[in-house]
Design a protein around this ligand. Structure first.
Ligand code: G3I
Length: 376
């Protein structure tokens, strides 16, 4: 790889060298058995996590844990458009380069997350997208990303979260991309990606598809309709990322509903990745053991359904440790219990990932391991 060398890269290269040359000895108390990646790969699946390279650089224990458990990394932020092209035509791939170097040096695979996402459009681009040759700036970003990482990334989230219910008959999100380029923008982005990366797997990544709720029913319906249209038109789409941000306030998961949905995706000839699994808690007032068991039970229920579908290729959690989770205990969460935590204690962090704040495995880790081991 011939990236420009930066101070941070030198640092991360040193880390890569020290980690890859050392035998990985994750504390037995952390993960007493075969890593998840091993159990997954025996079932022709992969296991990975979203990663912010800054956390990897800072913390050796965490770095070792990631390398031990995962065979796939998704950049949590580093490849997004707003993160890399802060001014027109000037790309800063420092973080993504460091993550790519770290992954490749340790023989891990990488997901190209994510190209077109309405929440990650650089401010300077919002007006320019509407000009006559507005697509050109999308093309320029795609060219920069594919030319730099085309050799390192074999699976790309080309369009993220294109569905939004309650506004348009076709269920497409009225995003800046739709407003600037019309409903064809999804197909156009996929064709663009195919041209730049003929051998890569191209995906749409979507959230809010798990529960037996009216709004999620509508989301599933509109996503399937979009996928049908794209397949009928011969648009190059290979797989679907189901984010799976599970939520303990949303009621029960239904094996019938979710299983049927996964089958309908598979019947369209698409593969499936569980791309951003984590669990938002609800009852923060419970003892920690109960909180952890609820998170684990929900994970187990979800994965038992998901792994019943042979089109599922892998599982990525949205972070590995609660220390780095994007999920927060909100003020509304705390306000549900006006009489709690009066002694100055707090509910702590949301405990929706496999390892806790101090990197100890939790029941969710066991639930993931059990779900995949039950497959054999
Ligand atoms: O890097 C800066 C740091 O320098 C600064 O001190 C800090 C102050 O807030 O901000 C840091 O950047 C933040 C970054 O996360 C790293 O923590 C950004 O402001 C923040 O917007 C960014 O949020 C990310 C978000 O996507 C937007 O990119 C979350 O970490 C990330 O988990 C989230 O991921 C999304 C998926 O891509 C799509 N699906 C939903 C998922 C959760 O929202």
């Amino acid at each position: 790889m011939s990236y420009r060398t930066t101070r941070r890269q030198v640092l991360s290269s040193a880390i890569v060298a020290s980690v890859s040359s050392a035998r990985l000895t994750v504390d037995c108390a952390q993960a007493a058995e075969e890593p998840l990646s091993g159990a997954f790969s025996r079932n022709n699946l992969y296991f990975g996590s979203a990663v912010r390279i800054e956390e990897v650089v800072r913390n050796q224990d965490f770095r070792n844990l990631l390398l031990h458990e995962c065979d796939y990394f998704t950049p949590e932020v580093a490849l997004k458009w707003a993160a890399v092209e802060r001014s027109p035509g000037s790309f800063n791939f420092t973080s993504m380069d460091a993550l790519a170097n770290f992954a490749l040096a340790n023989r891990k695979r990488l997901c190209g997350h994510t190209l077109l996402w309405h929440k990650s459009v650089p401010h300077w681009a919002t007006a320019l997208l509407f000009e006559k040759d507005g697509w050109r700036i999308v093309q320029r970003y795609f060219e920069a990303a594919f030319s730099r990482y085309g050799h390192a990334i074999d699976r790309w989230d080309v369009v993220n979260e294109p569905i939004e219910t309650g506004y348009r008959m076709d269920g497409l999100r009225n995003s800046i991309f739709l407003q600037a380029f019309g409903t064809d923008y999804v197909a156009r982005a996929l064709w663009e990606a195919r041209q730049l990366a003929p051998g890569a797997k191209l995906m749409i990544n979507e959230f809010g598809l798990e529960y037996d709720l009216r709004v999620e029913h509508d989301r599933r319906y509109h996503l399937l309709k979009l996928l049908e249209r794209l397949r009928q038109a011969g648009v190059p789409l290979d797989g679907i990322g189901l984010q799976a941000h599970l939520d303990l306030s949303k009621g029960a998961l239904s094996a019938d509903v979710l299983g049927r949905f996964l089958k309908e995706i598979a019947d369209l000839g698409l593969f499936i990745v569980i791309s951003e699994l984590d669990v938002k808690e609800h009852e923060y007032i419970l003892p920690v053991e109960q909180r952890d068991n609820r998170v684990a039970d929900e994970t187990r229920r979800y994965l038992d359904i998901a792994f019943g579908q042979p089109a599922v290729r892998g599982l990525i959690t949205w972070g590995l440790s609660d220390r780095h989770s994007w999920l927060q205990v909100t003020q509304e969460d705390v306000a549900r219990y006006p009489n709690a935590w009066k002694d100055g204690s707090t509910p702590g962090v949301n405990r929706g990932l496999p390892f806790d704040y101090s990197l100890k495995p939790k029941p969710m880790y066991r639930a993931i391991a059990d779900s995949v081991r039950r497959l054999r």
